[in-house]
Ligand binder design. Structure first.
Ligand SMILES: NC(=O)c1ccc[n+]([C@@H]2O[C@H](COP(=O)([O-])OP(=O)(O)OC[C@H]3O[C@@H](n4cnc5c(N)ncnc54)[C@H](OP(=O)(O)O)[C@@H]3O)[C@@H](O)[C@H]2O)c1
Length: 125
C-alpha cells in the first residue's frame, strides 16, 4: 500500500453498494482506496462496473477482515465507507478499527448511533 493515503476508504468496494459509492467518488473527483478481501475481484469490479474508472484517483487494497488489519488500512483516512455486510455479522471489526484509527473523531461524530443508523440493520446498534 502506498504511504500517500487517500482521504476515503471504501471497504467492500467489489460489492453492489461499494461500486456505486466508487462511481460517485470518481464523479466528484475524490481520491479513494477501493478495499476488500480480494484484490482480483476489486480490480475486476472497478474495471467492469464503475464507468469512467480510468479517470479516477484510486488504488486497490486487499485487506483481511480483522480489527488489526482494518485499523492499519483506515489510519490516516478521513472517511471510511463500509459496505461489507450483513453489518450485524461483519460490522464489529469495522467499528473497532474506526475507533482505533480515530475515524469517528475526525468526522466530528459525538453520537456513534447516528453514524450507524445509515446501515438500515438495527441489530448492529
Ligand atoms: N443493496 C442495497 O440496496 C442495500 C440497502 C440497504 C442496506 N444494504 C446493506 O449493505 C450491505 C452491502 O450490500 P450489497 O448489496 O452491496 O452487497 P454485495 O453486493 O453482496 O457486497 C458485499 C460486499 O461485502 C464483501 N464481503 C462479504 N463477505 C465478506 C467477508 N467475510 N469479508 C470481507 N468482505 C466480505 C463482498 O466482498 P467480495 O466481493 O469479495 O465477495 C462485497 O464487497 C449489506 O449488509 C446490505 O444488507 C444494502
Amino acid at each position: 500500500m502506498s504511504n500517500n493515503k487517500k482521504p476515503v476508504v471504501v471497504y467492500g468496494a467489489s460489492g453492489y453498494t461499494g461500486r456505486l459509492v466508487c462511481e460517485y467518488l470518481r464523479e466528484y473527483g475524490i481520491p479513494f482506496i477501493a478495499a476488500g478481501r480480494s484484490a482480483e475481484k476489486l480490480h475486476a469490479a472497478m474495471k467492469s462496473n464503475v464507468p469512467g474508472i480510468e479517470t479516477a484517483d484510486y488504488e486497490v487494497v486487499e485487506v483481511q477482515h480483522n480489527t488489526e488489519a482494518l485499523t492499519e488500512l483506515f489510519r490516516g483516512a478521513s472517511v471510511v465507507l463500509n459496505t461489507v455486510g450483513p453489518f450485524a455479522k461483519f460490522g464489529p471489526e469495522v467499528v473497532q478499527a474506526c475507533l482505533a484509527a480515530n475515524i469517528f473523531a475526525k468526522l466530528g461524530v459525538r453520537n456513534r448511533t447516528s453514524a450507524l443508523t445509515r446501515a438500515q440493520e438495527n441489530s448492529l446498534l
